[in-house]
Design a protein around this ligand. Structure first.
Ligand SMILES: *Cc1c(COP(=O)(O)O)cnc(C)c1O
Length: 375
């Protein structure tokens, strides 16, 4: 039998996941809204962090929300005892039956899901999150039919609980206008004196709009250490993912010589170019432009040339002592994923969820002192 060699260090690309950071960031949310229950958003493999390890680190959350049935099952089967919310359309009765059996909360957000859930609730018990389209126009019932849908569902004996849900489209914008309109729409549509719990706030809203916190908050990105409002609302969040790869080659490039596919970057001076062993095949954005920062020995070196599938190049001319084998940080730690994302005209959510299967996830547990929130 051939024995597989240990992975060579030089080709190891790793996403270091700090479970202590997740736990700490959940504490930051708890401090901000001690009156609300926390539905931790762990969809898309916990924003690329690994569903089960993340859920374990976040085990003091009151619930976990995912967007795929198999993720909801995986959580319950791993022994998660908290509420599990499936934010997805189920068109298959057997899926609803399974949700009932595994006590997975389901979402009713249009006439089709509402009809299926209503019919199913006559046979097996269900917890239902009734979603209102308060203006984002993605999913959710129209305001005109929301109260009626609530009435229909609440009359069914199998409905154990109804929660009213809506989602903000623009809570991270400087202007409060759209969020104001959505909030007004929500309050009006659900009617006065309703018994149902309310859930509105994503990370951005729960940070900047206390009046949206309601009974259940639904933080996602802030649990992973990214503040969607940036420096305008400082919070003691700790980044939970550091994406690292090693320098696999260093070469001298003369003035006028170009680097990478299509030679989109040409040197203006004699330069030291480092090739780093991670590319878009690992999840680094292919559209990252020249100048996107990469941390090498604690110094920000600029990306040069087009990102390849397995590697990318950085200008190390101004980085002293960089050697083949040194580990560079593509994002995380002192280089916020928000900054890297901005260079590539994307968002940290996409960077995190793009980290590929071939990248090894390494779990560490950092220790962070509990810091009072400045808000
Ligand atoms: C993803 C998602 C959230 C979390 O959003 P963040 O910006 O990551 O905090 C909350 N609610 C719903 C419905 C979502 O789809």
């Amino acid at each position: 039998m051939t024995s597989l060699a240990k992975p060579d260090l030089a080709t190891t690309v790793r996403a270091q996941i700090d479970l202590g950071a997740l736990r700490h960031n959940l504490g930051v949310v708890r401090n901000l809204c001690p009156q609300s229950r926390i539905m931790a958003m762990v969809k898309a493999d916990a924003y690329g962090h690994g569903l089960l390890p993340a859920a374990k680190a976040l085990d003091s959350a009151d619930g976990f929300a995912v967007a795929r049935l198999h993720e909801a099952f995986a959580l319950r089967k791993a022994g998660v005892s908290q509420r599990i919310l499936l934010l997805a359309t189920l068109l298959d009765v057997s899926a609803l039956v399974a949700c009932s059996e595994l006590q997975i909360d389901v979402t009713a957000h249009d006439s089709v899901s509402l009809a299926l859930i209503t019919a199913q609730s006559e046979r097996t018990p269900l917890r239902v999150w009734l979603e209102l389209d308060s203006g984002m126009h993605r999913v959710g019932l129209a305001p005109q039919v929301f109260a009626e849908a609530h009435k229909t569902l609440s009359a069914r004996r199998g409905i154990i609980e109804l929660v009213h849900l809506t989602h903000f489209s623009s809570a991270d914008h400087a202007s409060p206008i759209v969020t104001n309109q959505q909030l007004t729409c929500f309050l009006k549509s659900r009617g006065a004196g309703t018994e149902a719990d309310a859930s509105l706030a994503n990370s951005a809203a729960l940070i900047s709009r206390p009046e949206t916190r309601g009974d259940w908050v639904r933080p996602g990105i802030m649990l992973y250490g990214i503040n969607p409002l940036g420096m305008s609302r400082p919070l003691p969040l700790v980044p939970s993912m550091t994406f690292k790869a090693r320098i696999i080659a260093i070469r001298k490039v003369e003035a006028g010589e170009c680097v990478g596919y299509n030679g989109t970057w040409c040197s203006q001076r004699t330069s030291k170019i480092g090739t780093i062993g991670a590319g878009y095949g690992d999840g680094y954005p292919r559209h990252a432009p020249n100048g996107t920062p990469v941390l090498v020995n604690g110094i920000q070196a600029p990306l040069v040339g087009q990102v390849s599938m397995d590697s990318l190049a950085v200008d190390l001319t101004d980085v002293e002592g960089a050697c083949v084998g040194d580990e560079a940080t593509l994002w995380g730690g002192d280089l916020s994923a928000a900054i890297v994302a901005e260079f590539s005209n994307t968002i940290p959510y996409q960077l995190f969820t793009s980290v590929q299967q071939r990248v090894s996830r390494e779990y560490v547990v950092g220790n962070y002192p509990c810091v009072a929130n400045p808000l």
